[in-house]
Design a protein around this ligand. Structure first.
Ligand code: ADP
Ligand code: MG
Length: 250
């Protein structure tokens, strides 16, 4: 589903990704961990075309997101291809980013109506089913301000799912939540994983990573320090940098 090879990205003189290799198979969950500033968000943004990579290759479902070598562009997607790609990738951010003037239901219906041009009846039916899936069937008519942070985040997940993505990216989806609201969001993600969704999740929730992830990846300063079975990486890390990080977040 995702193949990243030697992905590099710099901002000005600062190299933020220094050659990332990562493979995620269809139906797998990959958890990305690492200290603040290690490049996790930048990597997700590259996958989702919010940033362009400077070198290396990055392919989602066999289609290249970007492929360059020696500074020379070998493959450049056209705007329409990028748009098509982005529709296949759902993203959930730390901040929920819901439209404040729309109800939960309208937030979930918005993209299918405006981007996919499905009928209003179909979009509504799909959105109702998705809100039910995230445990919010009874909140369809509520505005974001009337929902808790955890409920807003679950609406954001439903909204991302409304475009029927093949790959879901989560960037610290529970980091902005009060501790008592984290569990419900993780439960929705756990169910999504059990249903076979391919997911890349940046999180500091070690318990979730250990339980749900097929692969855990520890990043630091733009490199993958250690990757593999989460029980190995998170319980018996080989690298000192991984150990030092885990001792701080656990
Ligand atoms: P993480 O998500 O692991 O905390 P980020 O990917 O957000 O790390 O950031 C990695 C580094 O890249 C940081 O030093 C950050 O300041 C820098 N960075 C991120 N985005 C930009 C940008 N648009 N312009 C300049 N520097 C950036
Ligand atoms: Mg980040």
């Amino acid at each position: 589903m995702l193949h990243a090879r030697n992905v590099r990205k710099h901002f000005g003189k600062v190299e933020v990704l220094k050659g990332i290799d990562l493979t995620v198979e269809r139906g797998q969950v990959c958890c990305l961990l690492g200290p603040s500033g290690s490049g996790k968000s930048t990597f997700l943004r590259c996958i989702n075309h919010l940033e362009k990579i400077d070198a290396g290759s990055l392919a989602v479902e066999g289609d290249l997101v970007g492929y360059r070598r020696h500074g020379q562009r070998l493959h450049e997607l056209r705007e329409r291809e990028v748009a098509a790609h982005r529709r296949d990738i759902g993203m959930v951010f730390q901040r929920f980013n819901l439209f404040p003037h729309m109800t939960a239901l309208d937030n979930v219906m918005e993209a299918p109506l405006n981007v996919s041009k499905v009928s209003r009846a179909q979009a509504r039916q799909d959105a109702e089913r998705l809100l039910e899936q995230v445990g919010l069937a009874d909140r369809a008519g509520h505005y974001p301000a009337q929902l808790s942070g955890g409920q807003q985040q679950r609406v954001a997940i439903a909204r991302a799912l409304a475009m029927k993505p093949k790959l879901m990216l989560f960037d610290e989806p529970t980091s902005a939540l009060d501790p008592e609201l984290v569990g419900d969001v993780l439960d929705v993600m756990r169910q999504l994983a059990a249903d076979g969704m391919t997911m890349i999740v940046v999180t500091h929730e070690i318990g979730f990573a250990r339980e749900v992830a097929d692969t855990a990846v520890f990043m630091d300063e733009g490199v993958v320090v250690e990757a593999g079975d989460p029980r190995q990486v998170l319980l018996h890390p080989e690298q000192e940098r991984t150990r030092a990080f885990l001792s701080k977040v656990l």
